[in-house]
Design a protein around this ligand. Structure first.
Ligand code: NAP
Length: 494
């Protein structure tokens, strides 16, 4: 075992290296060491390495290094280095430094939250040098990194052969199975992590809307709503996010005695992964309205001057707030919100999985969608019982056109839809915003519709831009109407 004073050249013995010993990197290194792996550790500012060794050097076999060259020299071949620094220029700088020191066959792992297109670009560039580059999603925050995260590595099969056993040993485990698997080549790992975060945005927004409806429509107090969420833990909604929601709602502000949720400024922050997921879905042509609405809702909440101005404009016309008294009617509404939340959650996850499936097909990643749900069951923020059903659905039919069509979810949606419609109507009538509930319902209605008004849009497009259309009696043919000519004749162009 080494201590801070042992910063001397080491034999090439360490199983793996961690470069970047901030909150996440230090915890990941400790997790590796605690699982019996010999871990080389290095940080640009030596004080962080010293601090790790002083506080936790006794937890396992750490090999601290004073500079990047010593760090690389202490790794056994083929060398594997996990970079855990900020995404963007910091990650770029570290990769450039390491590529000078590594050899063909070695592996660089970027465990930060990098946009998958950057990962694809870096992988291509490093491949020319024979270096494997792995973009790896890590979910679970600080605690997950130490105690067991959900890990989503991309990259080559060869790199996973080397890394897999180490990563699986330190990941969360559920029912004896690791929450880590090889997601696919190239940027697949970072892509799946991005969509995971997008789904997390939607899940959080839906829970927040349920809370707001119970408060704004049913007129319930915060402690009463906390009890509702406590109950929902014993339903299909059981999840980490429901647990922490209950805890946040239970908390009373010691300074004022008010519910804690009432002393927090109602402006939600974001670091950008919801926006990435939405923007990427737009590029792919995939509908992810629940994720998009969740992202937009954070933006709308964070525009206080605009909100104050619109509030002052007095746009309350038509709102009727029922405020239900405790009793059967209120109980029925609470149960309707539970069903609406579950229906919306199914729709949101269906959207996220559709985005992964579409990208996987486009990039030839061959992502196993059921396995993604399986590795999200532990370690990460969206961990939930519900994910088992998703895994089973994809195991039963890996080619599912949408999660909405899996028998379990189709049954659940059929059961939830009547209540879900009532809840969205009640929200609209009360003027309580429920954008993700409403958008998820509209998503289901769009996909189940026999005919969509897209036909009219095609007519408009053909009128003003000669964009052409297909006919229902000739779906392959390309048609245009000569709108500007008196006879408005229809022509077949192809
Ligand atoms: P952090 O505590 O702020 O630490 C940042 C680390 O990056 C430090 O070790 C810092 O070294 C290093 N660094 C910055 N610029 C550098 C450069 N140009 N060259 C070399 N090293 C540089 O960050 P963190 O929370 O651990 O997050 C690290 C990554 O993990 C980020 O990509 C983040 O998005 C991702 N992530 C975080 C979480 C989370 O919950 N925090 C969860 C999943 C993923 P110095 O000490 O020398 O400044």
């Amino acid at each position: 075992m080494s201590s801070a004073s042992d910063f001397v050249p080491q034999p090439a013995s360490a199983d793996i290296g961690v470069y970047g010993l901030g909150v996440m990197g230090a915890n990941l290194a400790r997790n590796l060491a605690r699982h019996g792996h010999s871990v080389a550790v290095f940080n640009r500012t030596p004080a962080r390495t010293e601090r790790l060794m002083d506080l936790h050097g006794g937890e396992g076999d750490f090999v601290p290094a004073v500079d990047a060259a010593a760090f690389v020299a202490s790794l056994r071949r083929p060398r594997a280095v996990i970079i855990m620094v900020q995404a963007g220029s910091a990650t770029e700088a570290v990769i450039e430094q390491l590529r000078e020191l590594l050899e063909p066959g070695d592996i660089i792992v970027d465990a930060g939250n990098t946009f998958y297109e950057d990962t694809e670009r870096r992988e291509t560039s490093l491949r020319e040098q024979g270096i494997h580059f792995v973009g790896m999603g890590v979910s679970g925050g600080e605690e997950g990194a130490l105690l067991g995260p959900s890990i989503m590595p991309g990259g080559t099969d060869a790199s996973y052969e080397r890394l897999g056993p180490l990563l699986e040993s330190i990941s969360a485990h559920v029912d004896g199975e690791p929450c880590c698997t090889h997601v696919g080549p190239g940027g697949a790992g970072h892509f799946v992590k991005m969509v995971h975060n997008g789904i997390e945005y939607a899940d959080m927004q839906l829970i927040a809307e349920a809370y707001d409806l119970l408060r704004g429509v049913a007129g319930m107090s915060v402690p009463e709503i906390a009890d509702v969420f406590r109950d929902w833990k014993h339903s299909e909604l059981d999840s980490y996010l429901i647990d922490i929601t209950t805890e946040v709602l239970d908390r009373v502000d010691p300074a004022t005695g008010a519910p804690f949720v009432d002393v927090i400024v109602d402006a939600a922050g974001q670091k950008g992964t919801g926006a990435w997921t939405t923007r990427t879905a737009l590029d792919l042509g995939v509908a992810v309205p629940a994720i998009a609405e969740a992202t937009f809702a954070r933006a709308a909440s964070s525009a206080p001057a605009q909100r104050a101005a619109v509030r002052a404009a007095g746009l309350n016309a038509g709102t009727t707030v029922p405020h239900l008294a405790a009793g059967p009617e209120r109980d029925a509404f609470v149960d309707a919100v539970r069903q609406a939340l579950y229906g919306s959650k199914i729709a949101a996850y269906a959207q996220g999985f559709d985005e992964i499936a579409t990208a996987s097909a486009q990039h030839d990643w061959n992502v196993d969608l059921g396995a993604m749900a399986r590795i999200w069951r532990g370690g990460c923020i969206i961990r939930a019982r519900f994910l088992d059903d998703i895994t089973r659905a994809y195991e039963a039919d890996p080619q599912l056109p949408s999660l909405l069509t899996a028998p379990t979810f189709a049954d659940a949606l059929r059961a939830a839809l009547p209540a879900w419609r009532q809840v969205v109507s009640a929200a609209a009538l009360a003027g309580v915003p429920a954008p993700a509930f409403a958008a998820s319902l509209a998503y289901v209605d769009q996909l189940r519709a026999q005919r969509l008004p897209a036909a009219l849009i095609q007519g408009q497009r053909d009128f003003f831009g000669s964009h052409t259309y297909h006919r229902v009696d000739d779906p392959e043919g390309v048609y245009h109407v000569l709108w500007a000519e008196p006879g408005r004749a229809e022509e077949k162009w192809n």
